[in-house]
Design a protein around this ligand. Structure first.
Ligand SMILES: [Zn+2]
Length: 499
């Protein structure tokens, strides 16, 4: 009996203890269940967000490329706050040093190789968003396709890059007059001049770099790697000039190729690109007229023009941002030359005479009246902003008024199509922001996007024959510069801020 009472008392004590604990046990179980429910709200398989058109923006590096299926990752111990940061702010991953070998682009992009190009081109818009660029205090901010612009401009950029990829020579360059050897069943027309391979290759590479593809990251990294390797292969080991010094426009080619090499180095920090980029910048100093700017001759012969000088100055600004050695006197004197060519009353910058209209080849003067564009004014405006974003000059205000009065418009019969002007004008007006930029972009977007080819092998390209420089650069030039034009929303940081 005593034993039974003791057992009963012990049981009661156990029950009291259990009951005393049970709220905590219940609370603990409840908390675990709630945690599991919260975790189930997040899809840990992906850290990228598809846009409405299916264009996927790559936020980290090539491991997240759109062509690969989402990788299933075990749920990491993250909080919802961390998840939001990943969605909004691309994480820059420290990359390991790799040599710059020839790529096997075909294996990387087999899915794109097989993509059917229908008449509407929709299937070609598979999304080729590149990896994020590197942060910087100057104009080279994060390059994240998807910020700004529209699904239409994003699709257009993807298709433009895809056309350039398909027409890249196996040796890495873009052949201004022989690119059609890469065509499929139908041949693309629009040959450029044989002497412009270096310039066309530089411009094409800039289009890939502008969308975030570097030699190390992005779906098109193989394309970029091969292109940059080719530029290095044609660089003079003694003076740094890229390509042969023949023809009238080789300094144009050198400037564009230098800009591509410097951006390629800056955005990838690829050590093997440093020396060629630096050597190319040195040649820019060597080819400059003392106390002035640049034109066609090497050694320089005293001639200057704003067009060549503009590309040279952009290459120098890029070199400064990349922390390469840059000739500060060249920037100072080059900017002074721009002011010398600018009419202080109108704000118009001339080609090589103060306040005159845009340049034209003699044979193009009649078909493309020079007064339809303000290309040199746009070049000078953008350079002024890059040079000193805080300066408020009457010349810049005048330039903005001139550009605003001539927005992009498809006036082929009247000679108003000018891709070079639209490119520089878009970048200059984007920097202005506000109503000026809104009006310009409302004109530019539909004009450029709707004239991109959407049939056959030409899908993704723009026609060169409507443009005053089309005979020089051909379809490669037309496609590269229009693709760059549509990258305006994210290629450079807005330095002036939105007003
Ligand atoms: Zn083709």
């Amino acid at each position: 009996m005593a034993h039974a009472r003791a057992t009963e008392a012990g049981f009661e004590a156990d029950m009291r203890e259990t009951l005393r604990r049970s709220p905590w046990l219940l609370l603990s179980a409840g908390l675990h269940a709630a945690a599991i429910l919260v975790l189930m709200q997040f899809d840990f398989r992906r850290t990228v967000e598809p846009t409405p058109l299916g264009i996927v923006v790559t936020l980290q590096d090539e491991a997240l490329e759109l062509l690969e299926p989402p990788v299933v990752v075990p749920p990491p111990p993250v909080t919802p706050e961390v998840q939001e940061v990943v969605a909004d702010e691309p994480v820059i991953v420290e990359e390991t040093v790799v040599p710059l070998p020839a790529s096997d682009a075909s294996s990387e992009l087999s899915a794109l190789d097989d993509s059917p190009f229908t008449g509407r081109g929709d299937n070609g818009c598979l999304g080729t968003g590149g990896g994020a660029g590197r942060p910087g205090g100057g104009p080279y901010g994060q390059r994240v396709p998807g910020r700004g612009g529209s699904t239409a401009t994003q699709c257009s950029v993807a298709l433009g890059l895809e056309w350039l990829r398909r027409h890249q020579d196996p040796r890495g360059h873009w052949d201004a007059d022989g690119f059609h050897s890469r065509c499929g069943e139908t041949l693309c027309d629009g040959k450029g001049h044989a002497m412009n391979d270096v310039g066309c290759t530089g411009l094409s590479l800039l289009a890939f770099l502008g969308a975030g593809h570097t030699s190390r990251s992005g779906a098109h990294r193989g394309v970029v790697r091969d292109g940059l390797r080719w530029l290095q292969s044609v660089q003079d080991p003694d003076d740094g000039c890229i390509g042969s010094k023949s023809g009238q426009h080789f300094l144009y080619g050198h400037a564009l190729a230098t800009l591509a090499l410097v951006e390629g180095y800056h955005l990838s920090r690829e050590p093997l690109l440093r020396r060629p980029a630096q050597d190319a910048l040195h040649f820019i100093s060597r080819s400059r007229n003392p106390y002035k700017a640049w034109r066609y001759a090497y050694p320089p012969d005293g001639d200057n023009d704003v067009s060549v000088s503009g590309w040279m100055l952009f290459a120098l600004f890029a070199g400064r941002e990349a922390q390469l050695v840059v000739d500060d006197a060249a920037i100072k004197d080059g900017m002074a030359y721009l002011e010398e060519m600018t009419d202080p009353t109108s704000g118009r910058t001339g080609y090589h005479e103060k306040g005159s209209f845009s340049a034209r080849e003699p044979e193009a003067m009649e078909r493309w009246p020079a007064d339809r564009a303000e290309a040199m004014t746009a070049v000078a405006a953008l350079l002024r902003i890059f040079h000193d974003p805080t300066a408020q000059s009457p010349a810049l205000a005048g330039a903005t008024r001139l550009l605003a009065a001539k927005p992009p418009r498809w006036d082929a019969a009247g000679g108003g199509v000018d891709y070079y002007y639209w490119y520089y004008g878009s970048y200059a007006m984007f920097q202005q922001g506000g109503r000026e930029w809104d009006a310009w972009s409302r004109a530019m977007e539909p004009t450029v996007v709707s004239h991109q080819r959407r049939e056959g092998c030409e899908t993704g390209a723009w026609d060169p024959q409507f443009d005053p420089w089309g005979a020089n650069g051909g379809r490669v030039y037309a496609t590269a510069i229009n693709t760059l034009c549509l990258e305006v929303y994210y290629r450079y940081t807005r330095l002036l801020g939105s007003r």
